[in-house]
Design a protein around this ligand. Structure first.
Ligand code: XUL
Ligand code: CO
Length: 441
């Protein structure tokens, strides 16, 4: 097959800040060591199949704009093979270690379950060959349980057990496929697991169904010996008004309630974090605090658009603060940075996909360097440590150890001076971050 990206004849290389070649990395230098690991090992980049190869640029107002000839190929399996060849051409030329897919991104749904199964198995065989040939690994697989009309009222949380059963069959198959391709994780994003109105919804029943579904996934993982992590991806709304997996804290409570802690972690998406009203860094910190940090969908929202726009990440400051929390938590184990990001609809030149990913990878690499410098600088950590040092001894320790009561503190208040607050120093600390970002190189 002729190359789909003839304008990019060579793999993208690190060119440094002096490079004038727009098709080179300015910051992402895969073999450079940062805090004892290479950039490649820290960042564990993945390209997503859905936005980059399965989406043709259509939106709710209009038809596709992007040049994706396989979406209109006569035979859907022929289209899927062509799409896969192009996807691997792209992964190889970009030099990413991983990719991610939904079952229906790589294999067209058939007329019935049996046909879909045959299609998936055939495409998984082909993916295995491409992976072997290129050395590109699978960061995670996932089943699309939201596009087909049968899932309009949910998959695991559907009022109809037949639909739950169909979703379970699909996940069984997709988890098997992910296992066969040595996927490092398996993700569940509950696209339709939520509701629009309580007038037709039994909240309690749907929660219990979701809990049981997740247990079935975990049981199957162990039954087949899948070694990756099972990850839930929080999102506050869209497509439903109330998504059950709202944010990290909500997922944490759900995992505790249904006894899934230790078995399931989270895949945090930046744009989902901001839709939930959180900073990206907050969601990362909350996940490490709960012991459920897994992986990241790296992208960006738009400050003035309240929906999921999945832009490529461009804000070094936002990503530095997120990477800082990731490094403080110990970094990725099986997770990585998946670009769940898409081109703007007008970016119709074939090499736009390269520019998008190069920019995203450079943003994340620069954020990694700045985050590592923030750790080495210690101003933030020393400040926070100092701010809480009162809890290590004396009154603070007695309170935490249960040696004080409301009454004892009441009686004590009458014997000591009223405490006076100290500065939270936010602006000073923001300046520290700005200075470290400025200098990181
Ligand atoms: C949707 C989203 C999905 C998941 C995988 O908002 O983020 O692409 O990442 O199903
Ligand atoms: Co995502």
């Amino acid at each position: 097959m002729n190359p789909f990206f003839p304008a990019v004849s060579e793999p993208i290389r690190y060119g440094g800040l002096d490079s004038t070649d727009p098709l080179s990395f300015r910051w992402y230098d895969p073999d450079r060591e940062v805090l004892g690991r290479t950039m490649k090992e820290h960042l564990r980049f993945a390209v997503c199949y859905w936005h980059s190869f399965a989406w043709d640029g259509s939106d709710i107002f209009g038809a596709g704009t992007l040049d994706r000839p396989w979406t209109t190929a006569g035979d859907p399996m022929e289209g899927a093979r062509q799409k896969m060849a192009v996807a691997f051409e792209f992964f190889e030329k970009l030099g990413v270690p991983f990719y991610c897919f939904h079952d229906v991104d790589i294999a067209p749904a058939g007329s019935d379950f049996k046909q879909s199964t045959r299609n998936l198995n055939e495409m998984v065989d082909l993916a295995a060959e491409h992976m072997e040939r290129t050395g590109v690994g699978l960061l995670w697989g996932t089943a699309n349980l939201f596009a087909d009309p049968r899932y309009a009222a949910g998959a695991a949380t559907n009022p109809d057990p037949e639909i739950f059963a169909r979703a379970a069959a699909q996940v069984c198959q997709c988890l098997d496929a992910t296992n066969r391709l040595a996927g490092e994780n398996y993700v569940l994003w509950g696209g339709r697991e939520g509701y629009d109105t309580l007038l037709n919804t039994d909240l309690k029943a749907e929660g219990a169904q979701l809990g049981r579904f997740l247990h079935m996934v975990v049981e199957h993982k162990h039954a087949i010996g899948f070694e990756g992590q099972i990850l839930l991806e929080p999102k506050p709304f869209e497509p439903t008004k109330h998504q059950y997996d709202f944010d990290v804290a909500t997922v944490h409570a759900f995992l505790e309630r249904y006894d899934l802690m230790g078995e399931v972690a989270v895949n945090i998406e930046v744009n989902h974090a901001t839709l939930a009203g959180h900073d990206f860094a907050h969601e990362v910190a909350a996940a490490f605090d709960a012991g459920i940090f897994g992986s990241i969908d790296a992208n960006a929202g738009d400050d003035r658009l309240g929906w999921d726009v999945d832009r490529f990440p461009v804000s070094v400051e936002q990503m530095t603060l997120g990477m800082y929390e990731i490094l403080r938590g110990g970094g990725f184990t099986s997770g990585g940075l998946n670009f769940d990001a898409k081109l703007r609809r007008q970016s119709i030149a074939r090499d736009d996909l390269f520019h998008a990913h190069i920019g995203g990878m450079d943003t994340m690499a620069r954020a990694l360097l700045a985050a590592a410098d923030l750790i080495a600088d210690r101003t933030l950590s020393d400040y926070v440590e100092g701010r809480y040092q009162g809890w290590d001894h004396g009154l603070g320790k007695r309170i935490l150890d249960g040696e004080e009561t409301l009454r004892s503190l009441h009686d004590r208040a009458a014997t000591v001076d009223d405490p006076s607050p100290t500065s939270g120093r936010q602006e000073y600390l923001e300046n520290v971050v700005a200075r470290v970002i400025e200098r990181a190189s």
